[in-house]
Design a protein around this ligand. Structure first.
Ligand SMILES: [Zn+2]
Ligand SMILES: [Zn+2]
Length: 198
């Protein structure tokens, strides 16, 4: 879901908008906003990447809109969009298969019952589908945060006021002032003209 406010420039009358949040892809040193809805479709079509692949490479960013309570400046805070639990890597697959074969060989040579072989099968299935992806996911997310840490913005980039709020937390009304840059004349003198949700 994407939501935000429509704005109008008070200098030239140009209509524009501010959006609660959006995803962007880091590509050749630039952040490319991904159209919503259909971010993953756009990634595959234009960049041949799945959302998880882009996230695993530390290239997928979430941009949250904030507004300064003092000067009404609109700015976006960026953070990494982290991958979901990734599928087990080739290495962990190999380790589990080797362990599984060793346990089965041990049971076989001991002349132990097929019931135990089934138990080993079920336990290794659970480890492989639930435990390994969640451990690997945690490790990968930790590495991505360390590698691509983005410094958090705690004050307004324009007037340095600490009174900043996320856009969705502000109940803005039509006619309220907001310093949203105009795409036509670059004035930041604009007002809210409505809200949207899509
Ligand atoms: Zn400010
Ligand atoms: Zn304008």
């Amino acid at each position: 879901m994407s939501a935000g406010y429509n704005t109008k420039c008070r200098s030239c009358g140009q209509d524009s908008f501010v959006i609660w949040d959006y995803l962007s892809l880091r590509h050749k040193g630039k952040d490319i906003p991904l159209p919503h809805p259909g971010e993953s479709h756009h990634l595959e079509e234009k960049f041949s990447l799945t959302e998880n692949e882009a996230a695993l490479a530390g290239r997928l960013h979430r941009n949250d809109c904030w507004v300064c309570g003092s000067c009404k400046e609109v700015f976006y805070k960026q953070s990494l969009s982290l991958p979901d639990d990734p599928p087990p890597s080739k290495n962990s697959t190999r380790v589990l298969v080797v362990l599984w074969v060793l346990v089965l060989a041990f049971l076989f040579f001991k002349g132990i019952h097929t019931l135990w072989i089934m138990v080993v099968g079920i336990v290794s299935g659970v480890i492989f589908t639930l435990v390994v992806p969640s451990i690997e996911g945690r490790r990968i997310r930790k590495r991505l945060i360390a590698q691509y840490s983005i410094s958090d913005i705690t004050t307004c980039p324009k007037c340095e006021s600490g009174q900043i709020s996320r856009l969705p937390e502000l109940a803005l009304n039509d006619g309220d002032e907001i310093a949203n840059p105009c795409p036509h004349c670059e004035s930041r003198d604009s007002v809210i003209t409505g809200s949207f949700m899509s």
